[in-house]
Design a protein around this ligand. Structure first.
Ligand SMILES: [Zn+2]
Length: 620
């Protein structure tokens, strides 16, 4: 048994998450964690909502609430959505906890002591009309690196490079269209150049990363500059330095704190289970791999920023140094970044209304239909396009017709003829029977290798190939025609049920909700696929601060169902089944497309009105 750390990107809490987000970080990380648990490994899967930074402030201002109130609202919305998707976090928490603040400050202090954080000055953008600092993300202009229009003050989506707002060519405020003024203020900087050599040397030891991810990561080191890690802002983690700690207008920058969430969430998980040092097995033991799941827009933070923060904390950059009490911290094993997903051919955009929120799709369609679509047609290693027609087709042809009908047919035949799982009569076993069971048994190694190398789509295709071959076996053996030979009929149905059970194990990481029902349809008892739940907790360090977490018991004591053929139980009662997958009426496609265009038009209008009102305010 090995320890395996599954670190999942932290959704930003300024609004609900859409299907493009969960296609990148959500479902793939859960498939991986579920697989590793079935393999008998000790998985720790953590994440939470990312709640600091100026976009939260801007959204809160717009809605007339405090930043904390806004974060509270979306933390809950996002936690509920991810839980409803069945994502099996050991802990899904948030970045406004007392625990996170302590861990972030500990990292800051040690990096400062080791000389990788130093004080300097930085130009910041000020809104001439309000006198307040302008959020980086709300300044738009031309990218100084690739020349793309619409680059933001924190990052260019076209080339993926991080930016500072004063680097933008022709910067304007997205809030009201005015040209910002830049002023020099004092800030702390992370000395990325002093960490670049060690960071790059580590990257060059990485094997088997997706080509795009490793190439992009190494490309980040062509030009490395120190980066300011504090901001003139009143929302964020206090800077743990004399004269700064109590300054309400200086806070740590959101990207410095958010990536530390993986570590702080692991520590919170250990503290909550009453074994406060338990996290160390996943962070201090160099043989424990950590896998980081995200969309490709987050690669910089996981190939450069977070590794550099850990190297600085460990004292492993060019200035040397000592590790703090939490270290030495393990570098990532792999950054598993997916590509982008578009929606009906357009880039997802909440502000432009090109979006389908998790809550909305789950309110209208079965959760495993959504998980299946993401796994079979998601942006694993190339960009992909979500379309309603493909969503309905995959569900109807593959889940309902091929897999659902097979389960139903086999359970039905067993219910009708035996009422329980029949035994095999060895004398009745044919080569055909043996070949099918060999095939399903062997599929575990094939599909497992695909999942371990982060080719989940190929693993799912392998499972569905097995499903196709079980269907062929049923058509060839025609059990409904076997009339006067109960021993042969029992043997065929036992073989079919065993093969279905094997396929169900292969599909379990992808379809945890449906696999529980398939398990029960074949007479299985108890929990087959554990699901997460929401728990209301109180902050461990800030009394009275309450929030929901996602957690669960995924190890089922020690009775995890394994990633291998598990013999079905002869004599287990099998009743007439109820269908596990339903077809989605094809009319749903047009309904969704109509809804989508209506949303789009309405949002465009609302945004134009808002901007006009802001401009009118400015003119007065
Ligand atoms: Zn660019």
């Amino acid at each position: 048994m090995s320890h395996i750390l599954v670190n999942v990107a932290w959704p930003y809490a300024n609004g609900p998450r859409h299907i493009g987000h969960v296609a990148g970080f959500g479902v793939p990380s859960d498939v991986y964690a579920r697989y590793e648990r079935m393999k008998g490994n000790d998985v720790l899967m953590v994440s939470g909502t990312d709640e600091h930074g100026t976009p939260i402030l801007v959204e809160a201002d717009k809605e007339g609430v405090s930043a904390q109130e806004l974060a509270n609202r979306y933390n809950r919305v996002i936690a509920n959505d991810l839980c409803d998707l069945g994502l099996s976090y050991d802990l899904f928490t948030r970045t406004t906890t007392g625990n996170h603040e302590k861990v972030v400050q500990e990292l800051f202090k040690q990096c400062l002591k080791n000389g990788y954080i130093y004080k300097g000055t930085q130009k910041v953008a000020i809104s001439p009309s309000t006198g307040r600092t302008l959020p980086d993300r709300y300044i738009e202009g031309t990218c100084p690196i690739c020349g793309a229009d619409g680059a933001r003050g924190d990052q260019c989506d076209d080339c993926g490079n991080e930016l500072d707002p004063d680097e933008l060519i022709n910067p304007v405020s997205k809030i009201n269209g005015e040209v910002p003024r830049f002023e020099e203020t004092e800030h702390f900087f992370l000395d990325l150049p002093a960490l670049a050599e060690a960071n790059l040397a580590w990257l060059k030891t990485r094997k088997d990363w997706r080509t795009n991810v490793i190439n992009f990561s190494i490309g980040l080191f062509k030009e490395v500059k120190p980066r300011a890690i504090t901001r003139d802002i009143d929302w964020g983690i206090p800077v743990p330095v004399k004269d700064w700690i109590d300054n309400p207008n200086k806070k740590l920058y959101v990207w410095f704190d958010a990536v530390i969430g993986y570590l702080s969430a692991s520590i919170e998980w250990a503290r909550r289970k009453g074994d406060p040092e338990a996290w160390r097995a996943w962070w201090n033991d160099p043989s424990t791999p950590g896998y980081y799941f995200m969309g490709k827009d987050n690669i910089t933070f996981h190939s450069q920023i977070w590794p550099s923060e850990m190297l600085a904390y460990n004292g492993q950059g060019s200035k040397g140094g000592e590790t703090g009490e939490l270290g030495p911290l393990n570098m990532p094993e792999q950054v598993v970044a997916s590509e982008f997903m578009t929606m009906e051919g357009k880039k997802f955009s909440s502000s432009r209304g090109i979006v389908i929120y998790v809550k909305d799709i789950l309110s209208r369609y079965p959760v495993d239909a959504v998980r299946y679509y993401i796994s079979i047609a998601g942006p694993e290693s190339s960009d992909s396009n979500f379309t309603w027609s493909e969503f309905v087709r995959h569900n109807n042809e593959e889940l309902a017709s091929s897999w659902g009908n097979l389960v139903n047919r086999v359970a039905n035949l067993i219910a009708k003829n035996f009422g329980e799982i029949p035994a095999i009569d060895e004398n009745e076993m044919t080569d055909e029977d043996r070949a099918l069971l060999d095939e399903t048994r062997e599929a575990f190694a094939t599909a497992g290798n695909f999942i371990e190398s982060h080719h989940q789509k190929a693993a799912l295709l392998e499972a569905m190939r097995v499903v196709g071959d079980i269907n062929k076996y049923i058509s060839a053996t025609e059990p409904w025609k076997i009339k006067d030979n109960p021993a042969r009929l029992g043997t065929v149905l036992h073989v079919a049920a065993q093969a279905v059970s094997d396929a169900n194990h292969l599909l379990a990481p992808f379809l945890p909700h449906a696999s529980q029902k398939v398990w029960e349809a074949l007479g299985g008892k108890g929990t087959f696929s554990p699901l997460p739940h929401i728990e209301e907790v109180e902050d461990l360090d800030k009394p009275g601060f309450k929030y929901p977490i996602i957690t669960g018991d995924y190890k089922l004591g020690v009775n995890v169902h394994p990633w291998e053929s598990e013999p079905i139980e002869v004599g287990a009662p099998v009743a007439k089944p109820t269908p596990i997958f339903a077809k989605i009426p094809v009319e749903a496609v047009q309904e969704e497309l109509d809804r989508f265009s209506a949303d789009l038009a309405a949002r465009k209008e609302a945004e134009a009105e808002r901007l006009a009102a802001e401009k009118a305010k400015l003119a007065n």
